[in-house]
Write a protein that binds this ligand. Structure first.
Ligand SMILES: [Ca+2]
Length: 358
């Protein structure tokens, strides 16, 4: 019971420091409540100037620093006043969660930190677009499609599920396999592929392992490990320099193809919400096109900041199947030679050439 009371009392003291700030550290000096981050709202629209407001007791403080995402953006020392503001210019930021931290150095030499978080969302809703079918081709109904990408005019597909995960080249016209396919060991659940340089890169679902193949022979030449927030690998693409990877969340990771270290990630948001379950990807003219798992929509994403700029309604594809869809829409491939876009689904008997209409 004593322990419970202590926790309760401590909680009351901590929460008295402000509406949305979170002081770190347990002690409270005589100068308690020396800084308070004023509640100016959690959600901020990307591009707007957001004012961070602090209320403080200048006599208690020697120095004060404001950090955003760990980076120092402002410092106060001789100019400490009872009210301080910092104008946060958000135009160059990415969407999603940002950590605002206040580091206060007290007159007695101690340091105190408190933080809050802000959520950046897009200024505008995504533009709605629909697709229409230009052509349809046979697709192997036993192919649990996880990756689809062109190498020139060669169409490469990867599939999932343990025991039926393979990487193969497809004849677009009749859906047959060209040459020898590579079959993954049955302990692996294959996921997305992408072709960069002379190599095909592939991730697997939950093993944290990936494979590199010679793009011409489809023979495995290397393997690697990778780490995402969810511990999973889903879709893969590339922007000509970096691998783009999804993990079932609303994040897209930018991965170094040499050492498989994640350089950065973006959080994908509309003007109101994150788009989770991002799956198979395709990089087209500087935008990331992402299948959304268990959804008949494809999100068109700005790779710089995570804004969903457009949403493609893909439902005509499912309706064009000869029967009920055996599984979800997944697999987008753009032929850069012809400018044609193709899509299919897991275990779907058809693969479609599609056109985006406004
Ligand atoms: Ca793709």
């Amino acid at each position: 019971m004593k322990k419970f009371l202590l926790v309760l009392v401590t909680g009351l003291i901590l929460s008295s420091c402000g509406e949305d700030d979170k002081p770190e550290g347990e002690e409270q000096s005589s100068c308690s409540n020396f800084v308070r981050i004023k509640n100016t709202g959690k959600t901020v629209i990307l591009g707007e100037e957001h004012t961070i407001k602090l209320e403080l007791k200048p006599d208690c403080l020697k120095k004060l620093e404001i950090k955003i995402d760990g980076k120092s953006v402002s410092q106060f020392e001789s100019d400490l006043k009872s009210e301080l503001t910092y104008k946060w210019l958000t135009a160059q930021e990415q969407l999603g969660s940002h950590r605002i931290e206040v580091v206060a150095q007290l007159e007695n030499g101690q340091t105190r930190k408190m933080s809050t978080s802000k959520l950046l969302v897009a200024a505008k809703p995504p533009v709605s677009k629909r697709v229409q079918i230009a052509n349809s081709f046979p697709h192997d109904p036993s192919a649990y499609t996880q990756g689809l990408e062109f190498d020139g005019d060669r169409l490469i597909e990867s599939t999932g599920q343990k025991g039926s995960s393979w990487v193969r080249e497809l004849n677009l016209e009749d859906g047959s396999v060209v040459g020898e396919q590579t079959v993954l060991d049955s302990k692996y659940f294959g996921e997305g592929i992408t072709i960069l340089g002379d190599k095909i890169y592939q991730v697997t679902y939950q093993s944290g392992e990936g494979f590199v193949y010679d793009k011409n022979t489809l023979k495995q030449i290397d393997q690697f490990t990778f780490t995402t927030n969810t511990g999973e690998g889903w879709g893969l693409s590339n922007d000509g320099e970096q691998l783009l990877l999804t993990d079932g969340s609303h994040r897209i990771y930018f991965v170094d193809p040499e050492n498989f270290i994640i350089r950065r990630n973006i959080e994908v948001y509309t003007n109101t919400r994150p788009i989770s379950y991002l799956n198979e990807l395709e990089y087209i003219d500087g935008k990331i096109y992402a299948n959304v798992y268990q959804d008949n929509h494809v999100a068109v994403i700005n790779p710089d900041n995570g804004i969903v700029e457009a949403v493609l309604d893909m439902s005509p594809l499912e309706m064009a199947l000869p029967g009920p869809a055996p599984e979800v829409l997944n697999g987008l491939a753009y032929n850069h030679n012809s400018g044609k876009l193709y899509a299919t689904g897991k275990l779907w008997p058809l693969l479609f050439e599609i056109e985006i209409v406004d």
